[in-house]
Design a protein around this ligand. Structure first.
Ligand code: MN
Length: 345
């Protein structure tokens, strides 16, 4: 069936339109037409057999926090968490979580000054507080509550990340996720890009029985496409459940799948109770899992196809070979990443 998929571009288009995986169907009937050129009609039968449950492999409490610059108090789950190294978590290479933390009012701006990245994408999801971003490719803006910034570092970028001015002056709760998504080798040197996604622009799926809403940041959920463009199959879902609300998820067995409880308390697969700020890694087996909210909850769900390429990471550069890392340092030191003024501190 996969062979057919690659031989007929129209079929590929159809699969993408449907946004489903082949494994979701147990019977496929092809009816060829001859009508204004060759045309193929696809009829899909929903899978009669029960999907296998994707079980939780580990539930992890937040590791001791550390400061990134003076603006981000983060728990690092990926890659330093138990079993959560870059190989195991492929294609996710970093997850820093600033759990809800009160920053008092201050005149200066807290944050991280100018620094480079190459070879991957940084995704910032703001739950509380505001971050102002500027980069050497001309990208910039404020990431407000509920907004997402999807930055492709690609061949190289300089950026700075500071608390937004008004937020700094007033102080307040700050809660944010920064996720790094690796790029396949053929895209590591792609031109830098910046997707600023306001909450109102994120595609949403309203769940039945007033269970809640799923914000499809990337990938897809129930045939609704994510707002962010990605270079490899990656699902990033922000799941908001009302108390008692339940949602079902279905990803290919081999995808690396995890979740982080941002607010509330959930039960996974009717078994594992997972409180706020805890992380769940799923087995790379089975497809389906459920989340039930014990009280009103917000859950970040991640699922991505492993890239299966060598990972050589050094600080802000993530490449495939050691030579590429040396090249990144040389390019950075010789000004090939451009220029960005740092006058915020
Ligand atoms: Mn950065």
């Amino acid at each position: 069936m996969l062979r057919i998929y690659s031989e007929y571009p129209l079929l590929k288009f159809r699969w993408e339109t449907i946004g489903k995986n082949l494994s979701d169907f147990n019977k496929i009937i092809l009816i060829p037409y001859q009508c204004a050129g060759f045309f193929v009609e696809l009829i899909l039968f929903s899978n009669g057999k029960k999907m296998k449950t994707k079980k939780a492999e580990l539930v992890m409490s937040p590791p001791h926090p550390h400061m990134v610059g003076d603006g981000f108090r983060v728990h690092n789950f990926i890659p330093s968490g138990y079993h959560l190294d870059m190989q195991r978590m492929d294609p996710f290479i970093l997850l820093d979580y600033n759990s809800k933390y009160y920053f008092p009012a201050i005149e200066k701006l807290r944050g991280v000054g100018v620094h480079p990245h190459r070879g991957f994408e940084t995704v910032t999801i703001a739950y509380h507080g505001k971050v102002a971003h500027h980069d050497s490719a001309g990208g910039g803006g404020v990431i407000g509550e509920g907004d997402v910034q999807w930055m492709t570092a690609g061949s190289g970028i300089l950026h700075k990340e500071y608390h937004e001015e008004e937020f700094s002056k007033n102080g307040g709760d700050f809660q944010m996720v920064q996720l790094w998504v690796n790029l396949p080798s053929q895209h590591k040197m792609t031109a830098p890009k910046y997707q600023s996604i306001k909450n109102s622009e994120i595609n949403k799926v309203i769940l039945e029985q007033e269970a809640g809403v799923v914000e499809v940041i990337a990938g897809d959920y129930k045939m609704i496409k994510g707002t962010a463009a990605t270079f490899s199959p990656v699902n990033v879902l922000n799941v908001k459940l009302n108390e008692g609300g339940k949602a079902l998820f279905n990803f290919p067995a081999n995808y690396t799948t995890a979740l982080l409880v941002i607010e509330g308390k959930i039960k996974v697969n009717d078994q594992e109770l997972v409180p706020t700020d805890h992380f769940v890694l799923f087995e790379n087996e089975g497809e389906e899992f459920t989340i039930e909210a014990m009280k009103s909850s917000v859950v970040l769900v991640l699922s991505g196809e492993p890239i299966h390429e060598p990972i050589v990471a050094h600080g802000p550069f993530v490449m495939n070979t050691r030579n590429e890392i040396l090249q990144a340092f040389e390019d950075f030191n010789t000004g090939k990443f451009g220029y960005l003024e740092d006058n915020d501190h």
